[in-house]
Design a binder for this molecule. Structure first.
Ligand SMILES: [Zn+2]
Length: 422
């Protein structure tokens, strides 16, 4: 055999789902094969296209008979790094316990509770808690994660969170995309105008100097930052080469999605109150809409986002977990279940949004998000025969193996049904 032999070949997949954006059809290759050399995919298709790269002396082989092969999930909106939990608040909300009474007893609630816990935690504690969550995400098929700061709300604590991101990058096979979200809120002890001044003149220059974030994000909504303030802060970040993203229209419409379109941001996230005219603008400006069904579910949102309207406008859409203390899920599979059952996404649309859609929302679609020659070999193998099982098996983890940049990094125990015939 020549030196073109592959390092790893996945053979005989019951379904190989490419999530390629070429053509309109959702591509499913039955009896699919895929070859990897180094970190990249070098061939995808039927046996005849891939088997010539097999060298029995060099190539490792994974038999995927009866299984689904899909791209790793790209979770493009998370608050992965945080201190503590808000489990008491979450359960109190479920059972109708009065939060004001709990607060009088000393229980902290909302984002400020997490800010306090995050400030108190050492970098090692933050790192270890985040790494545990990241490992669970990887074991559930996620191979790229966007991770925001935003629970520090001071220069020191925001930098601490972003440095934890850097440490995670070195400690996990998962790719981490870092986002500075100092404008997640503002501290109780500072006037908002003063905090905006600190964001623009202290935090953003420091984050840029230390090269700690690729994106700058903001919460643009009624009661948070206005569209004008968002523009001012995000443009200041852009001056330092940190690209804008936005949390917007989650609880009101104050023009954040129009700003996303005007600034040609990579993504606009939440979009519960986005009017159709703004959806059109997002579509025309190439802004990806990032949809967060688990957040709507966790807060029992009074106005869930309107997937079908966004689809009708032709928007490019992505799904993400929004993992945070108020919406604690590490599973993109759970997010897909909700997207299909509650928002009428098809399983194919949900899978595309959870892979190549997420890659587009992070401007990484040329290297990530689909199984195509030349892209990174970020792959998951599901122990089910058809891809629709991922949204059909409620609360299950169908992932058997995860390959990250060509290396097998997860091998989950397989829960096979015992043969009861004998
Ligand atoms: Zn968020």
């Amino acid at each position: 055999m020549t030196n073109t032999a592959a390092d790893l070949i996945i053979a005989n997949a019951s379904e190989l789902v490419t999530c390629s954006l070429k053509g309109n059809a959702f591509e499913v290759i039955n009896n699919g094969w895929l070859a990897i050399s180094g970190e990249r995919i070098v061939a995808v298709g039927k046996e005849n296209a891939v088997a010539p790269l097999l060298d029995k002396n060099k190539t490792k082989l994974i038999d995927a008979a009866g299984k689904v092969v899909a791209p790793g999930f790209i979770d493009c909106h998370t608050h992965l790094v945080f201190g503590g939990s808000r489990v008491e608040e979450y359960t109190a909300n479920l059972t109708g316990v009065d939060l004001v009474k709990l607060e009088r007893k000393g229980l902290k609630t909302g984002i400020m509770a997490t800010v306090e816990a995050t400030r108190k935690a050492s970098d090692t504690q933050l790192f270890q808690a985040a790494l545990t969550r990241l490992n669970r995400m990887l074991a559930s098929g996620t191979t790229t994660v966007e991770s925001k700061s935003g629970y520090g709300l001071s220069t020191k604590d925001e930098i601490k969170m972003l440095e934890v991101n850097n440490l995670l990058k070195k400690s996990s096979p998962v790719d981490i995309v870092a986002t500075f979200l100092g404008a997640h809120g503002w501290p109780n002890d500072l006037p908002r105008a003063r905090y905006i001044d600190i964001l623009i003149n202290e935090m953003i220059p420091r984050v840029a100097e230390l090269k700690l974030a690729e994106y700058c994000d903001i919460w643009c909504d009624h009661g948070y930052y206005s569209a004008e303030e968002s523009e001012q802060i995000l443009k200041a970040a852009l001056d330092y080469g940190i690209k804008p993203k936005i949390h917007t229209d989650a609880y009101s419409y104050v023009g954040g999605s129009d700003l996303a379109a005007d600034m040609k941001m990579v993504s606009a996230d939440h979009l519960n109150y986005t009017p159709v005219a703004a959806m059109k603008k997002l579509k025309n400006s190439g802004v990806v809409g990032v949809l967060l069904p688990a957040l709507d579910f966790a807060v029992q949102h009074q106005r869930p986002f309107d997937y079908l309207a966004m689809k009708e406008q032709g928007m490019t859409l992505a799904l993400a977990t929004n993992l945070c203390p108020g919406c604690w899920t590490e599973s993109m599979q759970f997010v897909m279940v909700l997207a299909c059952r509650l928002y009428k996404m098809s399983p194919a649309e949900a899978l595309r949004a959870a892979t190549i859609g997420g890659a587009k929302a992070l401007n990484r679609e040329s290297d990530y998000g689909s199984l195509e020659t030349g892209k990174y070999a970020d792959i998951q193998i599901w122990d089910v025969p058809k891809y629709e099982h991922v949204i059909y098996r409620l609360g299950d983890n169908v992932v058997e193996k995860v390959i990250k940049k060509g290396k097998l990094v997860v091998e989950n125990p397989s829960f096979k049904t015992p043969d009861l015939s004998c």
